[in-house]
Design a protein around this ligand. Structure first.
Ligand code: ADP
Ligand code: MG
Length: 236
């Protein structure tokens, strides 16, 4: 099966300026990721993984270079266009969950659908179904502080997937979890993405996680050091 490129980066560079100092976080990165692919970005702390992921998700702008997602140049979009693009196409899972503490699990998950003009009842039904799918059907009214780390990450996975985005990005989604919960959360993310034929890009510094991917991109000092295909998973 011939798969189309969904995410394409051309010579993406990101330089942060701290006073007089220049930090080259991304050094002319070019890559492409196909529709339905599952890619792991693996590298040591400070190598530029989060910066790269944030660029692809339209959360940050490159200093120069092109970021093309499904034929759209997202580096040319203004904030409003980007926000709309993200709402329709992208789900994001953060290491620290980033749930809103005053909202229940159900409200956290349904919130992202508000901007799509879906009526409240429908939103709550979708959020409830998604929370049931991640095994939290009995925690709908719980607030983040009333749940374990693993449960909070399940809520944020439900939030990322509820709108059925084309792409799900996850930045060290298991970084704050124990080993057992890590495997459960990884199985959940990958099986949901596979079921919905979504493209998945996960950042990790955990070599245990990387083999879940079809391809592993090794990141070092703002560059792609090498790309390794995972034969076991290369069955798409
Ligand atoms: P990783 O996710 O691999 O740990 P990051 O992408 O967060 O790495 O950071 C890459 C480099 O860019 C690091 O040297 C970091 O200190 C720097 N950096 C990241 N974000 C900023 C920022 N907002 N301002 C200045 N420097 C930053
Ligand atoms: Mg990071």
């Amino acid at each position: 099966m011939l798969l189309e490129d969904l995410i394409v980066l051309n010579k993406v560079r990101k330089v942060y300026r701290m006073g007089d100092e220049k930090i080259v976080a991304l050094n002319d990165i070019s890559l492409s990721i196909k529709k339905g692919e599952f890619v792991c970005l693996l590298g040591p702390s400070g190598s530029g993984k989060s910066t790269l992921l944030n660029m692809m998700a339209g959360l940050e702008k490159p200093t120069r270079g092109e970021i093309i997602i499904g034929n759209k140049h997202i580096e040319k979009m203004n904030e409003k266009q980007l926000a709309q693009f993200r709402q329709l196409n992208i789900g994001f899972v953060f290491q620290s969950f980033n749930l809103i503490p005053t909202l229940t699990a159900l409200e956290n998950v349904s919130l992202g659908l508000t901007f799509r003009g879906i009526p409240k009842r429908k939103r709550e039904k979708m959020a409830k179904e998604m929370l049931e799918a991640v095994g939290l059907g009995d925690r709908l009214r719980h607030k983040p502080s009333e749940m374990s780390g693993g449960q909070q990450q399940r809520v944020s996975i439900a939030r990322a997937f509820v709108g059925n985005p084309k792409i799900v990005f996850a930045d060290e989604p298991t970084g704050n979890l124990d080993t057992k919960t890590t495997m459960e959360v990884m199985d959940l993310i990958t099986s949901m993405a596979r079921e919905n034929k979504q493209t998945l890009v996960i950042v990790t510094h955990d070599v245990e996680i990387a083999p879940y991917g079809h391809r592993i991109f090794y990141i070092r000092d703002g560059s792609i050091e090498k790309i390794v295909e995972n034969k076991m998973k290369g069955d798409t």
